[in-house]
Design a protein around this ligand. Sequence first.
Ligand code: UDP
Length: 141
Amino acid sequence: MAVERTLSIIKPDAVAKNVIGKIYSRFETNGLKIVAARMIHLSRQEAEGFYAVHKARPFFKDLVEFMISGPVMVQVLEGEGAIAKNRDLMGATDPKKAEAGTIRADFADSIDANAVHGSDAAETAAVEIAYFFPALNVYSR
Ligand code: UDP
């Protein structure tokens, strides 16, 4: 399997719960390396731009309000099959449907406040990584 990079966001609910380290530990113990990271309090414009693909969805306004409600931790994860691996570790969008032992099952409260974001494909990963990190600030190791 190829080494990939994916964009991960620890959302405001999980940052507020003080579980950044616990979530990082899931990544590291499952073969994903953190190769870039920064904490950001997104502006409305940044959140709307990031989720532009969902602009027409009924939950868009609430999603943006939630994403700007506090700081988020944004990171690039690197590893074999990183995109699918991170999605597996995250669990289903709705934590009630997420498998036991996944990040969302363990740390998320609801489908809106669901602890983490992860890119869903190679194309979106490339766009999302570039949205937050200049290529020079991502460190393969
Ligand atoms: N979302 C929501 N209500 C819904 C569906 C999605 O609030 O009914 C939010 C949720 O925070 C989710 C994000 O919109 O993580 C993006 O939705 P997507 O379907 O891409 O889910 P994900 O890829 O994050 O699992």
